[in-house]
Write a protein that binds this ligand. Structure first.
Ligand code: ACO
Length: 388
């Protein structure tokens, strides 16, 4: 008997050893380690090793793995020209999706899907993605492109290429923590997309390109940009009314909630799996408060906190709580990142999760092929053109 689950809710479609989610209790673990412990103690490089090997590295292994990532920051062939040829007003997520797809053109063996070669490709794409994002941003600002530095970590090198100067240790740590928190999250939409694509024995480039396309949507990773837009909109609305922002938050949110059956959404809230606060949001809430205070953005944090309070009162009982995107908007803004780079930042980290899932899929593959309930007519007449 086939059952129909709209949006595949509740359907188990894969097995993974990478991340575990308990949506009722608000638990997220990578290979059994609570996300909070990783955010406090680990680095992005170590987290990727953990996800791809299902264990923490020994010291020498981490040194070697980090060196492998650092040696691959450079883009291949004339890729620089490709970036410089891109329209300056293009949206960064469209640039990233196109660029990751284009990387396959420089690979003499793009189709290989044996696990060791797929891992090599994953490592290359993971290391090259920050260069693509930083270089496109420099290009659109009319600034010279900054060569990657293999003496810097994944997080430090990205901020260095983006801003043209070495970031402070505090900024590097803040960004590194965001990368850890976004690395993997069960069979979310973009990860499912990647696994579906690789299950045809297509290739790593196609799988990751498709996943980037999925992540961009405002119901998924695109929500972090929408959260920032909402905060900006509230500020602009208050200015227009000549009122303090704190006075307009409540009517703004209540108006959106009143229209939720028409599809209005408070971005950064709600989740298919979590029915309590997303543990990544719990961490980011405290973290964003600190970083917002350090960088003079406390007002944004306070606005977010007020929105959370109203949402808990109004729809908390329905299980609608902040998700990872809600406080990551304030965090990224405080680090000085531009709004339309928020989702590319998410992608830079999640490539590790997508690629890890592709490797799991390749190691024990079965083609994804669900069914659809046909709800159209049967035995319909073919009406000749002149009688329609
Ligand atoms: N604002 C207002 N109401 C909401 C919200 C929200 N953000 N999220 C859910 N609801 C309400 C719906 O109106 C609906 O109410 P009803 O039962 O009275 O009709 C109920 O909660 C269920 O909502 P669905 O959209 O059916 O839940 P679903 O599991 O399909 O969607 C989703 C989950 C897409 C994340 C949704 O909560 C949403 O649109 N949130 C805003 C976008 C967002 O923040 N996305 C990022 C998710 S995290 C990530 O992908 C990285």
């Amino acid at each position: 008997m086939s059952t129909f689950a709209k949006g595949l809710e509740g359907v188990v479609a894969a097995e993974t050893r990478m991340s575990f989610i308990d949506g009722e209790k608000g638990i997220l673990e990578y290979v059994g380690i609570p996300i909070d412990a990783l955010a406090r103690n680990s680095t992005f490089e170590e987290t990727v090793f953990l996800l791809w090997n299902c264990r923490l590295p020994k010291k020498a292994e981490l040194v070697d793995f980090s060196a492998q990532i650092r040696s691959r920051y450079a883009l291949p062939g004339d890729f620089r020209k490709r970036i410089l040829d891109m329209p300056k007003d293009a949206q960064p997520m469209h640039v990233l999706r196109t660029a990751v797809s284009s990387l396959s053109l420089y690979d003499p063996n793009p189709n290989a899907t044996d696990v060791p070669t797929a891992r090599e490709k994953a490592l290359n794409i993971l290391a090259q993605t920050p260069t693509i994002v930083a270089w496109f941003d420099r290009h659109r600002r009319g600034l010279p492109l900054v060569e990657p530095r293999s003496d810097l970590s994944f997080a430090a090198n990205f901020l260095y290429m983006l801003n043209g100067k070495e970031p402070t240790p505090a900024m590097v740590r803040a960004f590194d923590i965001c990368m850890i928190l976004h690395a993997d999250h069960g069979l979310n939409n973009s990860t499912f997309t990647a696994r579906v694509i690789i299950s045809t024995l297509s290739d790593m480039y196609s799988a990751l390109t498709g996943a980037i396309g999925s992540l961009r949507g405002p119901l998924h990773g695109g929500a972090n940009e929408e959260v920032m837009e909402m905060l900006n909109e509230i500020e602009a609305f208050a200015k227009q009314q000549g009122k303090d922002t704190s006075a307009v938050i409540e009517p703004y949110i209540m108006d959106k909630l009143a229209r939720r059956h028409e599809g209005a959404r408070i971005m950064g809230f709600g989740h298919r799996v979590y029915k309590t606060i997303d543990p990544r949001a719990t961490f980011l809430k405290t973290f964003s408060k600190q970083i917002a205070a350090d960088t003079g953005n406390l007002k944004l944090y306070e606005m977010s906190s007020k929105i959370e309070e109203i949402m808990a009162r109004e729809v908390g009982a329905k299980g609608i709580y902040p998700n990872v995107d809600f406080y990551s908007a304030t965090t990224y803004h405080s680090i000085g990142l531009k709004l339309d780079l928020f989702t590319p930042m998410f992608a830079m980290s999640r490539i590790s999760g997508w690629a890890g899932h592709c490797i799991e899929q390749l190691a024990d593959n079965r083609l994804f092929r669900p069914k659809a309930n046909y709800i159209g007519p049967h035995e319909a007449p073919y009406v000749p053109m002149d009688q329609r």
